[in-house]
Design a protein around this ligand. Structure first.
Ligand code: ATP
Ligand code: MG
Length: 441
């Protein structure tokens, strides 16, 4: 049970939270225990505390711990400057141009330590649409809370007395399962349009609703996402679709009109379908979600291959209609579809190359005679391409019997594989003979 606000206290955190004292939840009024905090994060917290600095967990990890969810990572915040943090830790490195942060490394794990930051004030540098270009001015803890995106992301866990500090009403919003912007939603989205994507990401991941004042401007401001640098956009798209809740995220993004900003080609196609299940996309997202839940690896190449597959088919059809043979049409269509998508976001080559392989291998699944099937099986992306074939079966565009053949072919001995290939030739000969005799009758 969370701390409840007293009678008469309102939920108007959209007002100026600087004028309010924080709500402090002592140890016995919240569920966070040191048992749930990673060892490395605890080391960092304790070292900062011993150094005489403020030392707190903040952001998604406090939110998740309050909800009983295991956090992805732990972010620490302090009043120590990045240089002071570096002098406390041998394993610290200062990073970031836009925000200077300390990264403390423990093997493969990195704990990020950020110095309290101020929200932007009037003389801060912004773009024409109001986007922040620089906001790295250090501030107080309270100011640090103000510049965060949502109330539930602005909770602090203080290692000195194990209390949770809430400046923005995040505890109440956790209790009511609401995502609510801190401050004026429109202004906060103009400062950083990615916050609109984040609202949807958290709402779908946590199964929270979005407060009306936080939701409404999104319908109008989606176009601001055009301004986001393509590399950041790619990162955000991965966070959206590799969250474990990709299917729900797609639905919400479409509902708010944001998906059209991210994948205009795909939105046009999905909008033209009367049944989404005829696209590989929902099947791919479902399978990605399941893999993430089972802790299996996922790759952006597979996600993007599925996103753009239907569009690819349209391009191939057009190019073949114009007289290109299939192979060439596929090659050109892949380049067209990818370059169109790259107007919105970077797709690094290390992902676009395997994407093209997954696409190109689909037609090769049909050609199994002679050495073709064995050669395909040796391909380093066979597994991803085969998984993709299974999605095409679910979408009703490839034969179940073809997928079954490949499922069996991977599992049997060499001699059985050869037998499977000759059986194909015999079957083909049989068909040919039957056609001939039908004709002669
Ligand atoms: P996740 O569980 O996905 O890591 P998170 O809330 O920790 O979620 P991060 O991107 O790791 O998200 O950011 C850490 C914290 O930094 C957030 O909780 C929020 O307080 C703040 N933050 C991150 N991005 C923004 C932003 N664009 N605008 C304002 N505050 C932000
Ligand atoms: Mg985080």
């Amino acid at each position: 049970m969370y701390y409840r606000y007293g009678r008469g206290e309102t939920n108007k955190q959209e007002t100026n939270i600087l004028s309010k004292k924080p709500h402090i939840l002592p140890r016995d009024q919240h569920p966070i225990s040191r048992k749930h905090i990673g060892i490395s994060a605890l080391k960092v917290l304790n070292r900062l505390k011993e150094g005489g600095y403020d030392s707190l967990l903040v952001g998604g990890c406090v939110r998740d711990l309050m909800l009983g969810i295991t956090p992805k990572d732990f972010d620490v915040t302090t009043n120590a400057s990045p240089e002071q943090v570096r002098s406390l830790f041998k394993n610290a490195r200062l990073i970031g141009r836009r925000f200077r942060l300390a990264h403390i490394r423990f093997g493969r794990e990195v704990i990020e330590v950020a110095t309290y930051r101020k929200p932007p004030d009037d003389d801060v540098e912004t773009s024409d649409s109001g986007r922040l270009l620089r906001d790295n001015v250090f501030g107080t803890q309270q100011q640090d809370a103000m510049r965060r995106d949502f109330t539930v992301n602005a909770l602090y866990y203080d290692i000195r007395d194990f209390s949770v500090i809430d400046y923005a009403g995040g505890v109440k919003d956790l209790e009511h399962r609401v995502i609510r912007v801190i401050g004026k939603a429109e202004q906060r989205y103009r400062e950083d349009p990615v916050r609109m994507l984040r609202a949807i990401r958290f709402a779908s991941k946590l199964d929270f609703s979005i407060a009306p004042g936080t939701a409404k401007p999104i319908y109008l401001l989606g176009g601001l996402l055009n301004d986001i640098p393509p590399a950041r956009m790619f990162e955000e798209v991965l966070k959206l679709f590799h969250s474990g809740y990709a299917e729900r995220t797609l639905e919400m993004l479409r509902e708010y009109g944001l998906f059209a900003q991210l994948f205009p080609q795909v939105e046009r196609y999905l909008g033209s379908l009367d049944n989404m299940e005829h696209s590989v996309l929902p099947h791919a997202l479902r399978s990605t979600d399941a893999r993430i839940r089972e802790d299996k690896p996922v790759t952006p190449a597979f996600l993007f291959a599925a996103m753009l597959w239907d569009e690819l088919q349209k391009h191939i059809t057009r190019l073949m209609h114009n007289g290109l043979p299939h192979q060439q049409a596929l090659y050109m269509a892949s380049a067209e579809v990818i370059s169109e998508q790259c107007r919105r976001m970077v797709i690094p080559r290390r992902f676009s190359t395997p994407m093209k392989d997954i696409w190109a291998m689909q037609a090769r699944f049909e050609r199994r005679r002679g050495k073709q099937a064995l050669r395909l099986l040796q391909h380093r992306r066979f597994r991803a391409a085969y998984d993709f074939l299974l999605l095409r079966v679910l979408a009703g565009e490839a034969e179940q019997s073809l997928a079954d053949w490949w499922t069996e072919f991977q599992e049997v001995s060499k001699s059985k594989q050869e037998a499977m290939i000759s059986a194909l030739s015999n079957k083909a000969k049989g068909k040919h003979r039957k056609r001939k005799s039908d004709k002669n009758q």
